[in-house]
Design a protein around this ligand. Structure first.
Ligand SMILES: Cc1ncc(COP(=O)(O)O)c(C=O)c1O
Length: 281
């Protein structure tokens, strides 16, 4: 949104400018929150399989939510007819009203990580980082962070985490069942290696991370942890993993999958050291 504004093309808010975006959740929450502050209307197109809590947060922030029978991460490419196609079709039919950032192709997504997350990791590790692990939804994080770190030190290894096909990891895509987004394709050579993790391996780590580190993490963060844990690195390596999300939005998912009961979730939430309570809940 900021990028569009800088380029002088942002619609003046006249009561009829609407932001529309396909998302598996987090971008929808961010856009809805920013739009609320800036005074835009927002419509979010999201797979129905995204957690109920995710959809409710977006609604609570005032956005209109459309649900599609998509994979957990909206599919991209030819022949996909769900979240992305619906958002594109609504937006293109009334271009004077709708603006879609299109995170799957928007260079500002890459730049946010290239200028923000990458330098943050470099500074926090005092340049010692040797390996970076993250999942891929749009590819913005892995290409943006990866490009920056390799510019600083070409030996840094960028490792992509791949969930199984038909996975339950909100925000991620498996490249055997979903095409690669344009943003990822532009710089996919930045990835040195891939690690595969199935649903069971991923969800089994949620309780372990809670017990060991008092962190209540999301399925995606637990998957990154599982990938890091099974990847061989030499002694002295400085390994960074992106935990892009905490566990708050996954109470119902954890309960349905038997990861933890609602009571266990509530006490985990109480004891978790990283969780603050935002005012939209
Ligand atoms: C919840 C979540 N969403 C999305 C992503 C992927 O980010 P990107 O869309 O930049 O590829 C991750 C990466 O770990 C994630 O954990």
């Amino acid at each position: 949104m900021d990028d569009k504004g800088r380029r002088g093309a942002r619609h003046a808010y006249t009561g009829k400018s609407i932001i529309i975006e396909p998302t598996s959740g987090n971008t929808g929450i961010a856009l809805a929150g920013m739009a609320k502050i800036l005074g835009y209307a927002v419509e979010i197109v999201i797979p129905e399989e995204a957690s109920e809590e995710t959809k409710q947060i977006i609604r609570n922030l005032g956005a209109q939510v459309y649900e599609t029978s998509d994979d957990l991460c909206p599919k991209v490419g030819v022949g996909t007819d769900q979240s992305i196609a619906l958002a594109t079709s609504i937006a293109s039919s009334r271009p004077h009203i709708y603006y879609s950032p299109n995170q799957y192709a928007n260079e500002a997504n890459f730049m946010g990580h290239y200028k923000g997350t990458g330098p943050e990791i470099w500074a926090q590790t005092a340049g010692k980082v040797t390996h970076l692990f993250t999942g891929v939804g749009t590819g913005g994080a892995i290409t943006g962070i990866g490009t920056y770190l390799k510019e600083r030190n070409p030996d840094v290894k960028i490792i992509g985490c791949q969930p199984q096909q038909d996975h339950l990891i909100q925000g991620w895509r498996n490249f055997e069942e979903s095409a690669k987004p344009d943003l990822f394709l532009k710089r996919e050579e930045v990835v040195d290696d891939w690690v595969h993790v199935d649903n069971e391996e991923a969800f089994s780590r949620v309780g372990e991370i809670l017990a060991n580190d008092r962190l209540l993490v999301s399925p995606s963060s637990a998957t990154v942890y599982a990938c890091m844990d099974k990847y061989n690195v030499l002694e002295g390596a400085c390994v960074v993993g992106i935990f892009a999300d905490d566990g708050r939005k996954f109470r119902s998912v954890y309960s349905d999958l038997g990861v933890m009961s609602n009571d266990e979730f509530d006490s985990a939430l109480e004891g978790a050291m990283h969780v603050s309570v935002p005012d939209y809940e």
